[in-house]
Design a protein around this ligand. Sequence first.
Ligand code: BES
Ligand code: ZN
Ligand code: ZN
Length: 478
Amino acid sequence: MKTTIKINPTKNKDGIFSQNIIIFHASKSLSGDLFLNEKEREYIQKEFKKDQEIVSLNQLGRFVYIVNVKDEKDKNKAAEDIRLLGDKLQALVKDETTVHVLFTIEDKEKALLLTEGLALANYTFTKHKSNPKPNKLENIYLSNHNEIKKDLAELVNTVDAVYLTRDLINEPFSHLTAKELADSAVQSGKKHGIKVTVFNKKKIESLKMGGLLAVNKGSIDEPTFTIMEWKPKNATNKQPIILVGKGIVYDTGGLSLKPTANSMDLMKTDMGGAGTVIGAMQAIATNKLDKHVIALVPATDNRPSGNAYAPGDVITMHDGTTVEVLNTDAEGRLVLADALSFAKKYNPELVIDLATLTGAAVAAIGHYGIVSMHENAIEEHAQLKKAGAETHERLAEMPFWSDYNELIKSDVADIKNLGGPHAGAITAGKFLAHFADFPWIHLDIAGPSYTKAKYGYRGKGATGMGVRLLYQFIKNRA
Ligand code: BES
Ligand code: ZN
Ligand code: ZN
């Protein structure tokens, strides 16, 4: 269900609204006084004194919700608290088609955060239901302050991009093959002025992308390799920033087959990295950021068949490295490695890859953040961490000592795709680092990309985590 966010004129204030109203109140003056009588105002103050965050009033025919924001010194925590209030409000207004958010201009930033939480919480994925019951809420109107027009357009574009990412990740494999994933990038590109090129199997073979081809061997569908390029005339960076996303549209584990229950059921989400970079590219393009950014998406499903690659195989990667495959379920690193070595030809200033790469990352920090590691990118990683704190898409950095390289040494090939029982997220990262000879950051989003239980405004199912992070990081970059 798409939520549109529109600015509504508030010139005509005398009871024109028959719909729900949210009045934003940031501890000083009570805005939207016109909608409240003396008695109501007294009641509200009394409730606020009791630390109520949201006070509801039934005004016969409509509800008014007055939101009270507590003082919080930590700016990032304050922002997240307000987004979460937006989520709480969504639960209260979701059965009406329209809601008005009223605020005074001093509360501009807070009102936008509230709207962000409200809009992100309103997402539902109902396309495969015969009788879909999406939330009714379609319009969020905001006070018509001229000063917020630009910020609001940016918010709408970013929410749309998060919705796109969630749609892609929630879409089952039966409806999203590697080809269909590439098509979705083409579609977004056409609409928003991003140049998109899709390599087919023949082209991938001619490029000798041995990792992507090995994983694809057991599939009945062809692999794709998608390149999205946003290169505005006013780009301030000479060398591009490259985003790489793992596009495993379904991961059975291959011949190293996963057990079905609880591990294979959700493996339609194994293109989470790809979905996230496609969404981030859309956010970057629709908001016309002045940065040259390229996304690379290697995509295939991973499944067993008579022709599938097998544990013990040695394969030759795009850059010539030989890899001993000891577990066909460690497939993400193989397709990503080819994309990383392909990225060299662009002479990038920074490469960030995103992948639902390891169960070990989930075991380490759960769903609440993104596991990160990096090489030759200390400053860039610090900037990304800052963007993570701002968007509440936080990074947890792993140690990345050279000692871990021991664990991926192979007796028969240059390296192996399996690291052993410990530090699985890190050894996967070390495997990738072998193919990255530029400033590089690896983000393992296996935990936060998808949740079984509702997680605030991120909802239930695909969260879209990573889109706002990447967008904010690139926007912040000088
Ligand atoms: N796609 C999985 C990782 C994953 C796990 C994503 C849980 C989302 C939720 C990945 O391809 C995988 O199977 N990794 C293995 C690697 C192991 C065989 C070295 C893992 O983490 O168990
Ligand atoms: Zn796997
Ligand atoms: Zn996988």
